[in-house]
Design a protein around this ligand. Structure first.
Ligand SMILES: Nc1ncnc2c1ncn2[C@@H]1O[C@H](COP(=O)(O)OP(=O)(O)OP(=O)(O)O)[C@@H](O)[C@H]1O
Ligand SMILES: [Mg+2]
Length: 261
């Protein structure tokens, strides 16, 4: 069957009203190393879900699949009731617009001003006119406390400031889902709190769905509706932060938390 003629997934209407992201039986291999092993999980609209688990367990890989930076070998990924994988290229581009990501290493465009970093994708991908994109960018820079840095090059900013620009850049696309991959782990310790406070604000004041990978357990406890403990390519346990951090069911979760808390 060609991708163009693939049927849309059959989605239980009751489920699709609440589910924004769904991975079903997703397998991802690098060579003969199976990183994700028939992974199933979903994230409800408006919820904040945190992925925890040991290094190398595949957390970043999940976010990269959602960003379409990598493709699964098997399984399906659905976002807001529409297939992201497998799907025809045009549909992938449409669905992909619903998703924003902030990376550990900021990944700003070094040769563009801060303002241009934020306006580039809204102009080229969403087709906003430049004035409108700039107005939106200035509002966002105000939100992240960097209104005075519009014309600066990213290399002139501190790591914390660069990460706040990266957050503004992701929000400029008005995503339904924000993916956050260890966004404070490359920062000097004194800059971490500012970025986490900004994210707490965003979590509180918007209805953006968040899927977050973090080693900041206090932050995870504060913002998460649900925590997924991830190991060997599978979700081995999930629950509220209170449950997972205070009274986990699985020995593996207890052992992991013992090492990181
Ligand atoms: N492009 C790639 N080519 C080959 N192997 C890869 C590639 N990307 C990831 N891997 C492997 O997949 C596994 C999962 O990597 P991933 O980056 O998803 O882990 P992680 O849970 O995010 O780890 P960390 O907590 O250290 O960031 C690792 O064993 C990694 O070496
Ligand atoms: Mg990672």
């Amino acid at each position: 069957m060609s991708l163009e003629t693939l049927p849309e997934p059959e989605i239980d209407p009751e489920r699709s009203a609440t589910e924004l992201i769904r991975l079903e039986q997703v397998t991802k291999r690098f060579g003969d190393h199976t990183v994700l092993d028939r992974l199933d999980f979903s994230v409800d609209a408006g919820k904040h879900v945190t992925l925890i688990g040991p290094s190398g367990s595949g957390k970043t890989t999940i976010l990269r699949l959602l960003m379409t930076l990598a493709k699964p070998d098997e399984g399906t990924i659905t976002v807001a009731g529409q297939r992201l994988y497998p799907a025809p290229e045009k549909q992938v581009r449409e669905v992909r617009k619903k998703i924003g990501m902030v990376f550990q290493q900021f990944n700003l465009f070094p040769n563009m001003s801060v303002l241009r970093n934020i306006t580039e994708a809204p102009v080229t991908v969403l087709g906003l006119d430049r004035d409108e994109a700039e107005a939106r960018a200035r509002e966002l820079l105000d939100l992240v406390g960097l209104a005075d840095k519009c014309d600066a090059r990213p290399t002139r900013l501190s790591g914390g400031q660069q990460q706040r620009v990266a957050i503004a850049r992701a929000l400029a696309m008005r995503p339904q889902v924000l993916l956050l991959d260890e966004v404070t782990s490359a920062l000097d310790p004194e800059l971490v709190a500012g970025v986490l406070d900004l994210l707490r604000d965003i979590a509180r004041s918007t209805d953006i769905t968040m899927l977050c990978v973090t080693h900041e357990m206090n932050f995870a406890r504060d913002i998460s509706d649900q925590v997924l403990m991830f190991d060997s390519g599978r979700v081995i346990e999930s629950g509220t932060p209170e449950k997972i951090f205070s009274d986990p069911e699985k020995d593996r979760t207890r052992e992991f938390l013992g090492a990181v808390l």
